[in-house]
Ligand binder design. Structure first.
Ligand code: FNR
Length: 380
């Protein structure tokens, strides 16, 4: 299979993965309207071509939370990555480090903090969910700090999980799920050999270390379901602010008023995100939500954006709409599933190449030079 563009990895992942995993990654909540809008709205943002502006000496690098990034992106927290490739979090973290960008470990990763952090030579970021079990949260923060994690990404758009109907159809959940998953694994032998057999243990490293018991896929869904906390409010975050020594980023902001609250709270950054269309279907795409948020809080904290970024051109678009950097979600997960560490490293090279061409032809020599006038007409 030929991988020419960053977007080619999706088809490669589809061939390799058992369907329950492919659809878990690829799917969204309810009718998947927001999922589709994220991609379509971003693609629909027209870049403004400029010529003869001497952009021979391009510089894609940027600084974020005191760290140097080779280009303005980090890998998003993605749960269960160790099910998509053998010890997947370690492979993705190594690829990110080799290309000079941060990797974010999810709360619900297969590999524990202590397995991933020592495998790379730059500090990783750690993502925390709001869970009823505050003892778990405190222990996870202590472990992340002890392992040298630099930035905390605090995800606030999951006080309750959105329904993902595809999971019931694919065998991730629903009737006879375990039997269906077994059959799918048997009919995808490359995955079965590499991940199913040699990628064990398949538990949730951060959670099983805390609970002292192995946590399998079914336990994971049960434990998480019982632990989401819809009572959470800004004041519940204050102890974390006081406890965590590094930069703190609030992930899951989609409204300018919430962004202003994040500034008042003292966050160092926000991630403008609708969780990749996996939570509340029908909300705005991030491409359409971002400009008003950037107008409201730009300059007061760092703005990251995700949901729908699939190419280097999309990174330029998000920056033009007001982001300082993007998080890559599905874009890197498809590459991880298709070809492991080498696939993610290759994807990051492709994204940078695509960014270079977009910057050259929009006349932006540096990341800071990408702004609203990089676009033909900003969306309303
Ligand atoms: C996610 N996302 C996510 N976010 C988070 O804060 N913690 C997590 O554990 C997960 N897990 C997760 C699993 C899978 C399979 C996906 C696809 C996504 C959301 C993720 O960080 C990011 O916000 C979205 O992936 C961005 O959307 P796109 O770019 O993937 O469409």
């Amino acid at each position: 299979m030929i991988i020419a563009a960053s977007t080619d990895y999706r088809a490669a992942a589809r061939r390799r993965l058992p369907p329950f995993l492919f659809h878990y990654i690829d799917g969204g909540a309810y009718a998947e309207q927001t999922l589709r809008r994220n991609v379509a709205d971003l693609e629909g943002i027209a870049l403004r071509q400029r010529v003869l502006r001497d952009v021979a000496d391009l510089d894609l690098s940027t600084e974020l939370f005191g760290e140097r990034l080779a280009f303005p992106a980090a890998l998003a927290p993605v749960g269960l990555s160790g099910m998509y490739a053998r010890r997947g979090e370690v492979q993705a973290a190594r690829a990110a480090a080799s290309r000079g960008i941060p990797f974010t470990l999810s709360t619900v990763s297969v590999c524990a903090i202590e397995e991933v952090a020592p495998a790379i030579d730059r500090p990783m970021w750690f993502q925390l969910y709001v869970l009823r079990d505050r003892g778990f949260m405190r222990a996870a923060l202590e472990r992340a700090q002890a392992a040298g994690c630099s930035t905390l990404v605090f995800t606030v758009d999951m006080p309750t999980p959105g329904a993902r109907y595809r999971d019931a159809h694919s065998g991730m959940s629903g009737p006879n799920a375990a039997m269906r998953r077994l059959w799918q694994a048997a009919t995808h032998p490359r995955w079965a050999w590499d991940v199913g057999l040699h990628g064990r243990p398949h538990d949730l490293g951060n959670i099983s270390a805390y609970r002292g018991t192995a946590t399998g896929l079914a336990d994971y869904i049960g434990w998480l379901g019982a632990n989401f906390d819809p009572s959470i409010s800004w004041k519940d975050l204050e102890w974390i602010r006081a406890f965590w020594r590094g930069p703190m980023v609030i992930k899951g902001i989609l409204d300018p008023d919430d962004a202003r609250d994040a500034v008042r709270f003292g966050a160092d950054g926000i991630v403008v995100s609708n969780h990749g269309g996996r939570q509340l279907d029908g909300v705005l795409s991030t491409a359409h939500a971002l400009p008003a948020i950037a107008d409201a809080v730009g300059g007061s904290l760092k703005i990251l954006a995700d949901s729908g970024v699939r190419s280097g051109l999309d990174i330029v678009r998000m920056l033009a709409l007001g982001a300082d950097a993007v998080l890559l979600g599905r874009a890197f997960v498809y590459a991880l599933a298709a070809a492991g560490q080498a696939g993610v490293a290759h994807l990051l090279d492709l994204l940078q190449q695509e960014m270079r061409v977009a910057m050259t032809l929009t006349g932006a020599r540096t990341v800071a030079a990408i702004g609203r006038d990089t676009l033909v007409a900003p969306p309303r």
